[in-house]
Design a protein around this ligand. Structure first.
Ligand SMILES: C[S@@+](CC[C@H](N)C(=O)[O-])C[C@H]1O[C@@H](n2cnc3c(N)ncnc32)[C@H](O)[C@@H]1O
Length: 189
C-alpha cells in the first residue's frame, strides 16, 4: 500500500473520531489560518487537505456569496463531514472535491485562486515541496498560499497530539500499523 492510500484510509476511518477529538483544537487553528490569509469578499479559495472543514467554513464565510471555496481532500469520510457542515452553515459558495493535493493543479485545470490554504496537512504528504509547487501553480498572480504547521508544540499541544495519536491508533493498526506521522510519540500498533 502506498503512503497516500494509507493516509487516506487512516483519516477516512478516523473521520468521526477526528470530528469529536479534534474540533476544540483544529477549529481555532483553522479560523486563525483564514484570519492570517485574509481572503476578501469575492475571492476564490482552495483549501487543500480541508478535512472536516476547520478552515473551509470560515473561508467560505469570509469570501461571501460572490466568492468560491473548494475543499480538496483524499479521505471520503472527512469530505462527507465537510459537505454536511457546508450544508449546516447554509453556504452555497463552497464545494468539496476528492483528490490529492500533490496533483491539485491537474485536478483543477484552468482554475486560479486568490488564496490557497494548507491547514495542518503538509506533514502528511510524502513530498511536501511537490505539493506546495502544485498548489502554488493554481494561484493567480499576487495570490497567497498560507499553511499551518506545528513547528514546536508546547507541552499542552504535545499532550493533545499524543491523545490524537492514541485515538487514531485503532485506525492505523487496521491499515497495517505503519508509523503515525503526527504527534511526538508513536501510537502502539
Ligand atoms: C490533520 S487533518 C487537517 C484537516 C484540516 N485542514 C484542519 O485544519 O482541520 C489532515 C488532512 O489532510 C488530508 N490529506 C492527507 N494527505 C493528503 C493529500 N495527499 N491530498 C489531500 N489531502 C490529504 C487528510 O485526509 C486529512 O483530512
Amino acid at each position: 500500500m502506498d503512503a497516500k492510500t494509507y493516509m487516506a484510509g487512516v483519516f477516512d476511518r478516523a473521520s468521526d473520531t477526528y470530528e469529536q477529538v479534534g474540533v476544540p483544537f483544529f477549529a481555532p487553528v483553522g479560523a486563525e489560518l483564514v484570519r492570517q490569509a485574509a481572503p476578501a469578499p469575492g475571492d476564490r479559495v482552495l483549501d487543500a487537505g480541508c478535512g472536516t472543514g476547520a478552515s473551509l467554513i470560515p473561508a467560505a464565510q469570509a469570501v461571501g456569496e460572490h466568492g468560491r471555496v473548494v475543499g480538496l481532500d483524499l479521505a471520503p469520510g472527512m469530505l462527507a463531514i465537510a459537505a454536511r457542515s457546508i450544508g449546516d452553515h447554509g453556504l452555497a459558495n463552497a464545494t468539496v472535491l476528492r483528490g490529492d493535493a500533490e496533483h491539485a493543479a491537474d485536478l483543477l485545470p484552468g482554475e486560479r485562486f486568490d488564496v490557497v490554504l494548507a491547514g495542518m496537512m503538509l506533514y502528511f504528504l510524502p513530498d511536501p515541496p511537490a505539493a506546495v509547487r502544485s498548489m502554488a501553480a493554481l494561484l493567480r498572480p499576487g495570490g497567497r498560499l498560507a499553511a499551518s504547521l506545528l513547528a514546536q508544540p508546547s507541552r499542552e499541544e504535545a499532550e493533545f497530539l499524543t491523545r490524537v495519536a492514541v485515538a487514531l491508533a485503532p485506525f492505523t493498526s487496521a491499515a497495517g500499523g505503519a508509523p503515525s506521522p503526527i504527534g511526538c510519540t508513536r501510537p502502539p500498533s
